[in-house]
Design a protein around this ligand. Structure first.
Ligand SMILES: Nc1nc2c(c(=O)[nH]1)N[C@H]1C(S)=C(S)[C@@H](COP(=O)(O)O)O[C@H]1N2
Ligand SMILES: [Mo]
Length: 348
């Protein structure tokens, strides 16, 4: 048996043994390059004042401090990738927070979330993704929306965001590996986009596809997976008001490691359903094949709703670890979103 960190035993594709790679803590890496980058960027914008250089560019948005984590007030953080700098000029940011999704939960530290990512196109090592995204080009970014619809369209991710309008929502996020975070996403409900393209009556599922550019992300060549990464939802899941098309996080456009420039967020399902850096959205009649389901159907089935009572074949799903505090908390059915979605799965 051979193991991969997230997705474990891969019956058909397994030909590599993945071991964890331990890295120097971020604090031991020189910040000089980051500082120079930032200076160059601000100069391009015509800012030279020292005052500006002292302000944080990456929102480290702790909504509040807690007893468990008393030192978690807003603290300045230097960005680890040049990507984050795009944020300063982007239109529509920060977007107004939707009061329906403004819970009084403590947000995960944004700099921790930006350095702990699953993005297998780059590497299977969550702590290294943010350092491997430099060659990834995220603008321009045409998104093709088609299949069984009356009004197919192809437009740039930036135009799409402008057309749909942006809002912010704080959501819980639960990876199948039993880690979790609470983050503010910026985006718009997928439902709005579905209505714009008018699905035909035969359309029953939505299929999503990520970019496939071996010259821009190293793991396309290194890992023998059935690329590109694909995912899917039933049409009623896609239409649920919770399903978000995200273009930003922590009040800024998505950094590359979080799936720039456009991704899906499905908060009641395991994280792998929340597909990143989407190039294609297709309406189809049959349940589409997804990358993880094709690799290990028993472990990563199509539906994949968060369920503490249903263990993964190789580990319990009863609890989860918050990535910044390390606190272990109980996992909730549908990741706490049962009032929105349980009805989608009740028979009769
Ligand atoms: N294209 C693509 N999308 C992806 C993944 C991936 O490897 N490639 N990983 C998924 C998994 S397993 C998780 S947990 C989330 C992680 O999102 P984050 O890095 O923004 O926290 O992205 C999901 N979307
Ligand atoms: Mo995940």
């Amino acid at each position: 048996m051979q193991r991969v960190y997230f997705c474990g035993i891969l019956p058909r594709m397994a030909n590599t043994i993945h071991r964890p790679e331990w890295h120097l803590p971020e604090s031991m890496i020189t910040l000089e390059a980051v500082f120079q980058n930032r200076r160059r960027f601000l100069r391009q914008l015509g800012f030279t004042g020292a005052g500006l250089l002292a302000s944080p560019l990456v929102g480290c948005s702790k909504a509040e401090t807690t007893a468990a984590n008393p030192a978690s007030g807003a603290k300045p953080v230097l960005s680890s990738t040049a990507t984050n700098f795009v944020a300063v000029t982007a239109k529509g940011y920060p977007a107004p927070r939707n009061p329906e999704f403004d819970p009084k939960w403590t947000l995960t530290d944004g700099s921790v979330a930006a350095r702990y990512n699953n993005f297998y196109e780059f590497t299977t090592n969550k702590e290294r993704v943010h350092r491997l995204v430099d060659r990834f080009i995220t603008a321009p970014w045409p998104v093709e929306i088609g299949g069984l619809v009356e009004k197919p369209m192809t437009l740039d991710a930036v135009e799409l965001a402008e057309m749909m309008g942006l809002e912010e929502r704080v959501y819980r996020f639960r990876c199948v590996e039993a880690w979790a975070m609470i983050v503010p996403w910026t985006g718009f409900p997928l439902r709005k986009l579905v209505e714009k393209v008018s699905p035909k009556p035969e359309a029953k599922f939505v299929r999503f596809e990520t970019f496939f550019r071996p010259d821009q992300a190293p793991n396309f060549r290194d890992q023998n997976y059935p690329w590109p990464y694909t995912e899917g939802l039933r049409l009623d899941e896609a239409m649920n008001p919770l399903t978000l098309v995200a273009t930003g996080i922590y009040g800024k456009p998505l950094p590359k490691q979080h799936g720039a420039p456009i991704r899906i967020v499905v908060p009641w399902k395991y994280g792998y359903k929340s597909i990143k850096s989407i190039v294609k959205i297709e309406f189809v009649a049959k349940q589409p094949t997804t990358l993880w389901e094709s690799l290990a159907p028993d472990e990563y089935p199509f539906e994949s709703n968060v369920d503490p009572g249903k263990p993964h074949p190789r580990w319990s799903q009863a609890t989860e670890r918050l990535i910044d505090s390390g606190d272990r908390v109980k996992t909730l059915p549908f990741n706490g979103y049962g009032s929105y979605v349980a009805k989608l799965y009740s028979k009769g």
